[in-house]
Design a protein around this ligand. Structure first.
Ligand code: FMN
Length: 248
């Protein structure tokens, strides 16, 4: 099995780990902007898990750009979209199109939840024990479909044309006076949006918050007022515990 994923802050990775369990997997990391994805080819007999977080109801732009370079060679694909308890809107529909254009056969899709990176009270501590159990069951069901050699594409929700791609509502703030020049942000920003002098490039930043999470000196943070303003706007859509969905 091959996992192709984009997980700047680890929520998507947790969901994929719960799905894959102890199965032997090769991992292709779409956050690595130095990989030459043109060289990545998948064998036709592989099962591929393609997983991304939902960003404003869409696939994050760098993930879509990098994934579209990969050649699927007719391999079966299960799509996994991970969101923070608001909504995933057209993310799965966009993933279907990306996977098919890359030459995969889509046989399943999952919408699962992970803690919202901006508002940890939404989907707090998910995927939790209950989610992990359900995700393990889901993977068994997908493998049963593969074993039956069933290539049928299930109904997968979403609109075409997709929602318009939105720029982030805010960007991490850089506190230059606290920076210790360790260069971790520069090396690991999935969008290549940290300049040589560690200042952010807003034209490239996708506001994924990885730089905030990995900075050992606390030199980056979210702009609190703007986070609160967004939370007020989206709070009604984030209520309740949303369920994991399987399209098989
Ligand atoms: C830029 C951005 C946009 C997001 N948009 C949505 C959204 O539209 N709906 C939602 O439920 N969660 C949204 N989230 C929350 C993420 O989907 C969620 O936190 C996910 O677990 C992050 O994945 P990662 O931990 O693998 O990086 C957004 C997060 C970011 C950073």
């Amino acid at each position: 099995m091959i996992k192709i994923m984009f997980s700047p802050t680890g929520g998507t990775r947790k969901v994929v780990s719960a799905l894959a369990g102890r199965r032997n997997c090769e991992v292709i990391d779409l956050t690595d902007w130095e990989t030459d994805f043109d060289q990545v080819e998948i064998r036709p007999d592989e099962l591929m898990l393609f997983a991304v977080p939902s960003y404003a109801g869409r696939v994050p732009a760098p993930a879509s750009e990098r994934f579209s370079k990969i050649r699927g060679n007719g391999a079966k694909a299960a799509l996994v979209c991970v969101y923070g308890n608001r909504a995933y809107e057209d993310t799965l529909a966009e993933m279907v199109d990306l996977a098919e254009e890359a030459g995969f056969q889509v046989i399943a899709a999952v919408a699962a939840l992970a803690e919202h990176v901006y508002f940890p009270e939404y989907a707090r501590k998910r995927p939790d024990k209950k989610d992990r159990k359900r995700l393990a069951e889901i993977m068994d069901l997908i493998e049963e479909k593969v074993a039956r050699d069933n290539w049928e594409k299930p109904f997968i929700p979403g609109n075409r044309p997709y929602k318009e791609r939105k720029d982030p509502s805010f960007y991490p703030v850089f506190h230059m006076q606290d920076c210790v020049s360790c260069a971790m942000c520069l090396a690991s920003c999935p969008a290549g949006a940290v300049r040589e002098d560690y200042t952010p490039d807003p034209a490239l930043c996708i506001s994924c918050t990885r730089c905030i999470k990995i900075c050992p000196a606390g030199a980056r943070s979210l702009p609190k007022d703007q986070v609160l303003a967004l939370q007020e706007k989206i709070a009604p859509q984030c209520e309740g515990r949303k369920k994991i969905e399987l399209f098989l």
